[in-house]
Design a protein. Structure first.
Lengths: 361, 375
């Protein structure tokens, strides 16, 4: 018996699933990271990163559309044979698990630094992991409904960020092309990692109702929205910090908010963090869920539920090993490198193969 | 049935367990044990060491509800080490997240300020929106006053500075905005300059900084307001007192600046010189006019014209004063970076000298919109 996602989700739910998977830990450090290469043009890089993701979404879509099946493994088997297909699904499951670890370790690093310096690390991990598991063990429909519900939290996230406009210098990021287009492209290459999450399409596409066109529209809208939010936050950071100051501030969004206080709320950054936490949980939940359905497909299990616990436990344990800054960097680098084959290489290759197969028929 | 009870018991256990996890016991920081530092003063001792004076606001038990201010002083090498020294002196836990004001003695401000502030920038709990000011003489002495006319010293300085900001006497500078200015080559910041004479503490203008340190020159209160007008930083209101001559008569008038409109162009000429064109149109409301002048349109126009010329002249003085001390408060360098980047790359190294020779052409135009309820 093959694993297949039981309850179908609507294209609208699919939109929010992609959006919440993409929107994760990265938003806090995005501006700092991209600014390293692209300087004042970082916001251009972010928009370019969004465009690259959009192109990839179209390629994913074209490939998935051509290979209708009940799940990813089945689609692969038809295309490249049983053994390779299994290899690919194992690969993707591992990849998703690694992303889970990365997100968890980034989250712990930030929360320890900013709010809970004394609290034991494992508590911080558990708080998020328990919430994520609680959601991830449910069906895709339940998860998506939850995502639609918590998506309204993005509004205060954006409103708080716009508070940064209280004291800005529009000339700080100028000239945008300080280091030329090559630097912008380098930044775009970097920002592309912050958009990861749309590869969830590969596993969940089969569970979406509606025409192929609707599905593409939904995924694109999710990605478009994330691009806007990212570009906006990046721009606010760029105009709030002097060009030589931004390299010193790893979480510029929080730092901007910390420097203002409203009449009632003194530390806006803490409110921001608690809302951001929801985005982190949804992201982690998505990746745990994706990993577990990957494994469920391999094991031909009926339900992904029991895998969720084990995967989450393994991820949490792995996270505790990545918490020194040096190891964190290694993991970060490693995932950056392997995401090229998983997000670019394999899908494009499969797409080309499916093109040829299609012609033969 | 049986499994249901087990399930229920488990979930109750889970809830109780969560109670231990969720309240965040490790990082609790009770307000009642915290000594809240409201004001910190940095000075240089005659031997060249750093001296820190802090003012802690406290409500002592059993003496009514009147808060009092306690001050502590320590000397040492760096702010962090001093912090530990101060922590040993205070009874509770020494907490800086409520700090409202940082004062700097002018001697200390002349040195590099960044190392003093570094620990504040690093601390996730530090108050980044605290105000800063330079004090003529010893800043610690002012903190040691503890109380001024019934107001605790920390609150007094906070209100003094916030009031000065509202009336466009001093710029709105926080610890965070100073950091940006220090780390940017293109513009400098100014801090409120505070003097005390016979126990009366007042804002006396803007202390001009260059890069990380005080240039030991300051703009007077009138100059400061005009500088802020030139910078397009008019707050709620700003008032000036001027004496001009109209039709060979001396006219002294006091006016509020209600609105301003600025055109700020930084250009590089063909022979590689920087030319700054600065045109400001202000709308004023006359609050006091001591002269026997006609109130007809023509006379008023003449008054406006005379005032425009007078303010333009004064702006030139302010700007030359700024240039002499190397204080790029208008951010001309920033404009060059943003709009003439290749030129900036060429002159970056000599910018400090070049700034002093930049041609800045200010022009102020005055329009009266209001003259009070009498003519």
């Amino acid at each position: 018996m093959n694993y297949s996602i039981k309850d179908k989700i609507t294209p609208n739910q699919f939109l929010f699933f992609i959006l919440q998977t993409q929107l994760g830990v990265g938003i806090l450090s995005l501006a700092h990271q991209i600014h390293k290469d692209a300087k004042g043009g970082a916001w251009i890089s972010v928009i370019m990163g969004g465009v690259i993701s959009q192109v990839m979404i179209v390629i994913f879509w074209a490939f998935l559309k051509k290979n209708p099946a009940s799940n990813f493994l089945q689609a692969m088997e038809k295309l490249v044979g049983k053994i390779t297909a299994k290899g690919i699904v194992i690969g993707y499951s591992c990849f998703f698990a690694l992303v889970t670890v990365l997100e968890l370790s980034e989250y712990v690093r930030i929360i320890t630094k900013w709010v809970f310096p004394e609290t034991p690390v494992w508590i911080n991990i558990l708080i998020v992991a328990i919430a994520a598991v609680y959601l991830a063990k449910e069906s895709l429909g339940t998860i998506s409904r939850m995502y639609v519900f918590v998506s309204f939290l993005i509004i205060p996230l954006v409103i708080f960020t716009s508070l940064g406009f209280k004291n800005v210098h529009f000339t700080y990021p100028m000239p945008f092309l300080e280091n030329g287009w090559l630097a912008i492209l380098k930044g775009a290459n970097m920002s592309f990692f912050y958009f990861l999450g749309y590869e969830a399409m590969l596993f969940t596409y089969f569970a979406v109702e509606g025409s192929d066109k609707d599905k593409l529209k939904a995924a694109s809208m999710g990605n478009f929205f994330v691009t806007i939010v990212y570009a906006f936050t990046t721009y606010v950071c760029l105009i709030s910090f002097a060009p030589d100051e931004l390299p010193l501030v790893p979480e510029p969004v929080l730092y901007v908010l910390k420097s203002y206080s409203l009449h009632v709320i003194e530390r806006i950054d803490l409110i921001f963090l608690s809302i951001w936490l929801v985005s982190v949980i949804t992201s982690i939940c998505s990746f745990v869920y994706l990993t577990s359905i990957g494994v469920a497909q391999l094991c031909k299990a009926k339900n992904h539920k029991k895998f969720v616990y084990w995967i989450a436990a393994v991820c949490c344990v792995c996270t505790t090993f990545t918490l020194t800054p040096h190891r964190g960097e290694i993991l970060d680098e490693f995932i950056k490198i392997i995401s090229y084959p998983f997000v670019f290489g394999i899908p494009i290759l499969l797409f080309i193969i499916s093109l040829f197969r299609g012609r033969k028929r | 049935m049986n499994s249901l009870t087990i399930k229920r018991a488990l979930s109750v256990c889970f809830c109780i367990l969560s109670l231990f996890i969720l309240p965040g016991c490790w990082d609790q920081d009770l307000l009642k044990t915290a000594d809240l530092v409201y004001i910190t003063a940095f000075d240089q001792t005659p031997e060249g060491r750093l001296k820190v004076t802090i003012g802690i606001h406290d409500i002592p038990a059993g003496q009514g509800d009147k808060p009092i201010c306690q001050t502590y002083t320590a000397e040492g090498a760096s702010t962090r080490s001093l912090r530990n020294a101060l922590d040993r002196q205070t009874s509770g836990k020494f907490r800086t997240y409520k700090t409202r004001v940082f004062l700097f003695g002018n001697k200390e401000a002349e040195k590099d300020m960044y190392p003093l502030l570094d620990s504040i920038y690093r601390d996730p709990k530090a108050a980044l929106d605290a105000r800063m000011a330079v004090v003529e003489g010893d800043a610690g002495e002012l903190v040691n006053l503890k109380e001024l006319k019934g107001t605790l010293i920390g609150r007094f300085f906070e209100e003094l500075l916030l009031g000065g900001e509202k009336t466009t006497v001093i710029p709105r500078t926080t610890v965070q905005s100073v950091c940006s200015a220090m780390l940017d080559a293109g513009h400098d910041f100014g801090l409120p300059y505070i003097t005390s004479k016979d126990g009366a503490i007042s804002i006396s203008g803007i202390a001009m900084f260059h890069n990380h340190s005080y240039t030991n020159t300051y703009l007077s209160v009138e100059e400061a307001t005009l500088f802020l007008i030139l910078k397009n930083k008019l707050e709620d209101k700003g008032s000036l007192f001027r004496e001009v001559s109209v039709e060979d008569k001396k006219v002294s008038l006091m006016f509020d600046i209600r609105d301003e409109n600025r055109k700020f162009d930084v250009d590089v000429t063909k022979n590689g010189e920087v030319k700054v064109d600065l045109q400001v149109k202000i709308k004023i409301a006359i609050t006091e006019l001591q002269a026997e002048l006609g109130s007809d349109y023509a006379t008023m126009r003449k008054l406006e014209k005379a005032l425009s010329e007078d303010l333009t002249q004064m702006s030139k003085q302010v700007i030359s004063k700024m240039q002499k001390s190397g204080f790029d408060g208008l951010g001309i360098g920033r404009q060059l970076i943003a709009h003439h980047f290749s030129y900036w790359k060429k002159v970056e190294k000599d910018w400090d000298d070049l700034y002093k020779t930049v041609q800045i052409e200010p022009r102020i135009e005055v329009e009266t919109i209001h003259r009070g309820i009498i003519d």
